[in-house]
Design a protein around this ligand. Structure first.
Ligand SMILES: NC(=O)c1ccc[n+]([C@@H]2O[C@H](COP(=O)([O-])OP(=O)(O)OC[C@H]3O[C@@H](n4cnc5c(N)ncnc54)[C@H](OP(=O)(O)O)[C@@H]3O)[C@@H](O)[C@H]2O)c1
Length: 220
């Protein structure tokens, strides 16, 4: 497992704050960045010496792993804007491609059978490596179900098994048990409405011994 890779969380709303807070609790250093340095500085002061505030461009340049805790369309924009700086980096996408509907709920903003993970993986900068992770739980569970015994599961997907150790260490440092669901073509299962999502058919957090009946072992 690789704890030396430098991690940056870009976007410090619900999910970015929860991920950065968990990392600090898990004793992992984290670079935090948002649209303003003031927002990043305020969070890093709360989290203590393991958190470092930076401008987005500097954070992307410095980090090996970048968690884009921003909305789906904003991730697409930043991938384009920082294409050169992101070359060769590990990009982590927690996004759920949804927007409010007319009935006070949420609807998908991409095709029914499409996933944000597959779309974003088709837009990656050169030699960037990509994982879908941290989007499977709502923010309340991401914050409150971390660091439990036994640990709750966070699913991830990637096409590139060379980054499994990095992603798994990041999930462990967030206080969860990592479980790979397979390649990026499985992303839809761990996005909102998916069968492994807290706001989909699964509907709850689970521990590792409950996973066996949910995932085809050959996919993992
Ligand atoms: N909320 C959940 O329960 C949940 C669960 C799973 C996955 N997700 C996914 O996680 C992602 C973030 O959701 P969230 O609930 O954390 O959203 P959020 O609370 O609205 O936070 C988004 C943050 O990103 C910042 N931001 C927006 N555009 C940016 C840009 N271009 N560059 C840098 N920062 C930018 C926002 O800054 P400003 O305040 O300045 O706009 C805000 O701090 C989304 O893709 C969502 O689908 C959310």
């Amino acid at each position: 497992m690789n704890t030396k890779s430098k991690v940056a969380v870009i976007g410090l709303g619900n999910i970015g704050t929860a991920v950065a807070t968990n990392l600090a609790k898990g004793n992992r250093a984290v670079i935090v960045a948002d649209r303003t340095i003031e927002k990043a500085s305020a969070l890093s002061q709360k989290l203590g010496s393991l958190a470092r505030p930076m401008e987005i461009a500097a954070a992307i340049k410095e980090a090996d792993i970048i968690v884009f805790a921003i909305w789906f369309n904003a991730i697409k924009e930043l991938l384009h804007q920082y294409a050169t700086e992101l070359e060769g980096k590990i990009i982590v996408d927690p996004s759920n491609p949804i927007a409010p509907d007319e009935k006070g709920g949420f609807k998908k903003i991409i095709g029914e059978k499409e996933s944000a993970g597959e779309i974003i993986s088709s837009l990656l900068p050169k030699k960037a490596k990509f994982a879908k992770a941290f989007g499977t739980l709502g923010v309340a569970s991401l914050a409150n179900a971390a660091f439990q015994k036994p640990a709750n599961v966070l699913f991830y997907a990637t096409d590139d098994s060379s980054i499994n150790a990095d992603i798994e260490q990041l999930i462990l440092n967030n206080g969860f048990e990592p479980v790979r669901v397979g390649s990026i073509d499985q992303s839809i299962r761990i996005e909102v409405f998916g069968d492994l999502h807290e706001f989909g058919a699964l509907g709850k957090t689970i521990t590792k011994n409950e996973v066996a009946q949910l995932i085809e072992p050959s996919l993992v």
